[in-house]
Design a protein around this ligand. Structure first.
Ligand SMILES: [Cu+2]
Length: 151
C-alpha cells in the first residue's frame, strides 16, 4: 500500500477533522481499508462525503471502482469543501475496498478519514501519526501534515 500526501487542516481539540491522501494498492491482492487509529483522536471513521452525487455512491461502496475523474468539484476550493464536510452529517463506511492496482484519491467531496474527538489542537506546520488498518496488508503507518491549503 502506498499513501501519498496525507494532510489535514488546522483544528481545535474536541473538534473533528478530515484527513486526505492518495491511496494506491500496489499489492497483487484486492484489499480493504477497515479502520484507522491515532493518539490525537478518540476514534477515526471512514467517511463518504455527503456532497457526493447519489448516483455515484453505489459505485464507491462497490469497491473503489468509481472514477471520480476531474469533475467540477475539483475546481472548487477544496479547503472550503473540507470545512463543509466537517460541519456535515456524513455517512460512515464500515470499510473501503481498494482493488489490486487501483488508486483512490481521498479528497473533499469524495471520501476521507474523519478524526473524531481530537485530543489536541492540530496546529499548522505540525505532523502526527495515523495507523491505517488493512484487511490483508495489515497496518500502514502514515505521517499526516497539518496544512493551510489542501490543494
Ligand atoms: Cu467526515
Amino acid at each position: 500500500m502506498r499513501v501519498e500526501n496525507p494532510r489535514t487542516l488546522p483544528a481545535a481539540a474536541g473538534d473533528a477533522a478530515a484527513i486526505y491522501f492518495t491511496l494506491s494498492n500496489l499489492t497483487f491482492a484486492d484489499d480493504s481499508l477497515v479502520g484507522a487509529s491515532s493518539e490525537v483522536a478518540g476514534s477515526i471513521e471512514i467517511h463518504r462525503s455527503a456532497l457526493i452525487k447519489a448516483d455515484d455512491r453505489e459505485a464507491i461502496e462497490a469497491g473503489g471502482s468509481y472514477d471520480y475523474g476531474t469533475g467540477e468539484e475539483n475546481e472548487e476550493d477544496k479547503s472550503e469543501l473540507a470545512a463543509e464536510e466537517v460541519a456535515m452529517d456524513m455517512p460512515v463506511l464500515a470499510s473501503l475496498q481498494i482493488k489490486s492496482g487501483r488508486e483512490i484519491e481521498f479528497e473533499p467531496a469524495y471520501v476521507h478519514l474523519m478524526l473524531i474527538d481530537l485530543k489536541q489542537d492540530l496546529v499548522l506546520g505540525d505532523d502526527f501519526t495515523v495507523i491505517l488498518h488493512f484487511a490483508k496488508a495489515g497496518d500502514v503507518i502514515v505521517d499526516v501534515k497539518v496544512v493551510d491549503d489542501l490543494n
